[in-house]
Design a protein around this ligand. Structure first.
Ligand code: GDP
Length: 364
């Protein structure tokens, strides 16, 4: 499964948000390093289309798709040199596909700030610096291995050193690897380094109840900063989200949202944005037993999509029967769509579209 990591300084609200996202009840405490072990949770991806299909098919079971989320222990200044839980923390980030970076934008004298005051722009810089320092170390180590062979004329080594040195200069000017521009060949080299700052990133400003959804002076300053790297920023009040997550039924949650004058829970927006960040899309299978959403990467062809269900489906793939979501809804059922000529029979080269309702034919 695809994995998002939540990072941020201690006491910014990571665990609170993680709990709301996963509705798990991990320890949220008012002191640094409350989250020692990385917590892995499973987020259910909300999707109104799944509800609609279930309504039409009326299956025994409805299964939404999920993304894994990891709550990563608080980073502090010096982590790249092993301070705090630095190395463990950075290792955990390396294993994720995307990063959700939470910054504190709430004032509350009862909640200790590790650096003394609320300043999300500074906080972001502290984390960026640690990640960039770690990446510099990674690139240096790699490039140094190729310097000698590059000198004696080996073409591949030369390319490696050339790209590596340009990347080092970029990182040393305090820019993340994700904004490094290079040739196609260079991109392959960079990809193989698995750098921390090459991962897609989403910023979450954690605000107090009164600053939601409008924002405050902290979020304004932060948005200016994030705009420089064209990154997306979402405002969330982790505390509101925690309260919503405490409610037992969907009805109670909707009522609460209405009272607050909100259209939907903030966690839904975070989940949707993470899904986009990871370049994911959803296709469906719809039968009487089960209506289910499946996650694939944008651009996946039919056999690969079948492989998400079971590797045998991919190995023995013959063809896929496809109904686009809008057609399925318009004609109300598989049979209805088929009669209307809206069921496509597709082969190995078919690129699955977001919302496709798929039926796979395969050999065992
Ligand atoms: P983490 O160290 O980043 O995981 O932070 P936690 O989620 O454990 O939160 C640290 C403390 O801040 C806890 O006491 C939370 O209750 C509190 N906290 C989290 N979000 C908010 C918020 O939006 N407003 C206020 N006032 N307190 C918050």
């Amino acid at each position: 499964a695809l994995k998002c990591g939540i990072v941020g300084l201690p006491n910014v609200g990571k665990s609170t948000l993680f709990n709301a996202l996963t509705s798990a009840k991990a320890l949220a405490a008012n002191y640094p390093f409350a989250t020692k072990e990385p917590n892995i949770g499973v987020i259910t991806v909300p999707d109104p289309r799944l509800d609609k299909l279930s309504e039409l098919v009326n299956p025994q079971k409805v299964i939404p798709t999920t993304v894994d989320i990891v709550d990563i222990a608080g980073l502090i200044k010096g982590a790249s040199k092993g301070e705090g839980l630095g190395n463990q923390f950075l290792g955990n980030i390396r294993e994720t596909d995307a990063i959700i970076h939470v910054v504190r934008c709430f004032d509350d004298d009862n909640v200790v700030h590790v650096d003394g005051s609320v300043d999300p722009v500074r906080d972001k810089m502290i984390i960026d610096t640690e990640l960039i320092l770690k990446d510099i170390e990674t690139v240096e180590k790699k490039v140094d291995k190729f310097r000698r062979t590059a000198k004696s004329g080996d073409k591949e080594s030369k390319k490696m050193v050339e790209v590596g040195d340009a990347l080092l200069a970029h990182l040393e000017s305090e820019q993340p690897a994700r904004s490094f521009e290079t040739s196609e060949e260079g991109e392959e080299i960079v990809k193989d380094l698995y750098l921390l700052t090459a991962k897609p990133i989403l910023y979450v400003c954690n605000v107090d109840e009164d600053s939601f959804p409008g924002g405050n002076k902290h979020t304004e300053a932060f948005k200016v900063e994030a705009a420089k790297e064209k990154a997306e920023v979402i405002l969330v009040s982790a505390q509101i989200e925690a309260e919503i997550a405490e409610l037992d039924t969907k009805e109670e949650r909707l009522e609460f949202l209405e009272e607050m004058g909100l259209e939907e829970a903030g966690v839904n927006r975070v989940i949707r944005a993470s899904y986009q960040l990871l370049n994911l899309l959803t296709y469906f299978t719809a039968g009487e037993k089960e209506v289910r959403a499946w996650t694939i990467t944008n651009g996946t062809k039919a056999p690969g999509a079948a492989g998400v269900i079971h590797t045998d489906f991919e190995k023995g793939f013959i063809r896929a029967e496809v109904i686009h979501y809008a057609d399925y809804v318009e004609f109300g059922s598989e049979a209805g769509a088929r009669d209307a000529g809206k069921l496509g029979v597709e082969g190995k080269e078919y690129v699955v579209q977001d919302g496709d309702v798929m039926h796979f034919r395969f050999n065992v």
